[in-house]
Design a protein around this ligand. Structure first.
Ligand code: FMN
Length: 336
């Protein structure tokens, strides 16, 4: 299932997503702006929109943003549906965004943080495909029971919500489920991409690498911090959403710490308290992350990134990255 086909870049993922290169620019709150998504898809990989990032950070109307992307490229894009049931209002919004995406021709969906069943039910009649984010087998089985057709295997080097296992451990743990597996985390350069594809992954999903691009609207100090950071500058903070998130260990983070305070820790242990605490954290960090990512003065050093920073040494265009990765994969497969 995950084995590459001979003499071609085609994998089960490229088949499902209808893109040329088995590479995804993963959804990123607050860094996914439409120009970045369009540039990645235009270059032959898959750009994925993050509706909260488009509407709340970049102040765009969701449908119009999808149309703007279509005016740049007619190649496929994906959409991220964060399906955690934090509030009824948020869920209704996500349902409406999925409907709009379908109406605008999106057919590839990545679900995170919940049961993907309602998304599968909504998109399947239109020929849509759902890949579900997982960090271990337990969630993979639940996601597949909900109808997901593929899995984004989020490892311990990923930006955003990191997993606990290495890409090798996750591949081994999930391979016999016999669905396409996408490696998410720790891929900053072509050598790391080729290494992951050699393990047998059907594609790789990158986040941090695509922040340090000309098309990403995040601030220059954020991009420069990614370029100069090494893997040991990345720490996990539980203060952002209540679950570990990878972040650059800036002076700001050192000052505020990465562990929740005593009261928050107490609340996070109880089901009702946990719900409210996570909601509080999510709302608070949504504002902070937005502000920090757009702050060109670089004073708000609240910057998410994964350990893939180690392989990122310059700010370049998203299309150049995709082209370089494609070339590296062609050499691996010995495609002339
Ligand atoms: C700044 C940032 C924000 C992210 N936001 C989201 C998100 O909103 N939804 C999601 O499913 N994944 C999110 N991710 C995870 C990425 O889509 C991707 O899986 C991950 O970045 C891969 O690891 P890498 O950063 O080492 O390439 C985010 C990652 C980063 C770095």
């Amino acid at each position: 299932m995950n084995k590459p086909l001979k003499n071609s870049l085609e994998t089960a993922f490229t088949h499902d997503s209808h893109v040329e290169i088995p590479l995804i620019c993963g959804p990123m709150y607050p860094c996914s702006n439409l120009e970045l998504v369009a540039a990645v898809s235009k270059a032959g990989a898959l750009g994925v929109v993050q509706p909260v990032s488009l509407t709340f950070v970049h102040k765009q109307d969701f449908r119009q943003a999808l149309r703007d992307i279509k005016s740049i490229t007619d190649k496929p894009i994906g959409m991220n549906a964060l399906i955690e049931k934090s509030s009824r209002r948020y869920h209704d919004k996500m349902v409406a965004w999925v409907d709009i995406a379908l109406e605008e021709g999106v057919r590839f969906f990545i679900t995170s943080l919940g049961n993907p069943k309602w998304v599968v039910d909504a998109v399947s009649p239109h020929g849509g495909v759902v890949y579900h984010d997982v960090t271990e087998r337990k969630w993979a089985e639940k996601g597949l029971a909900g109808g997901a057709q593929g899995l984004i295997a989020v490892n311990n080097h990923a930006g955003g919500h990191a997993g606990a296992k290495t890409k090798e451990q996750l591949f081994e743990e999930l391979a016999d489920l016999d669905v396409p597996l996408v490696c998410a985390g720790g891929i900053g350069n072509e050598a790391q991409y080729v290494e992951a594809m050699k393990l047998g992954y059907a594609a790789c999903q990158l986040g941090t690498r695509f922040i340090a691009t000309k098309e990403c609207n995040s601030s220059l100090p954020y991009k420069e911090a990614i370029v100069s950071a090494d893997a040991d500058d990345i720490v996990l903070s539980e203060k952002i959403t209540g679950i570990p998130v990878s972040i650059i260990n800036t002076g700001y983070i050192k000052n505020q710490g990465v562990k929740p305070g005593r009261i928050a820790r107490f609340l996070l242990k109880h089901p009702r308290g946990k719900h409210w605490m996570r909601l509080f954290y999510t709302l608070k960090s949504a504002f902070q992350l937005r502000k920090a990512s757009l702050d060109e003065q670089g004073e708000q050093q609240f910057w998410q990134a994964g350990k893939s920073v180690a392989g990122i040494r310059n700010i370049e265009s998203a299309g150049d990255i995709v082209a370089r990765f494609k070339k590296a994969l062609e050499s691996m497969y010995d495609i002339k």
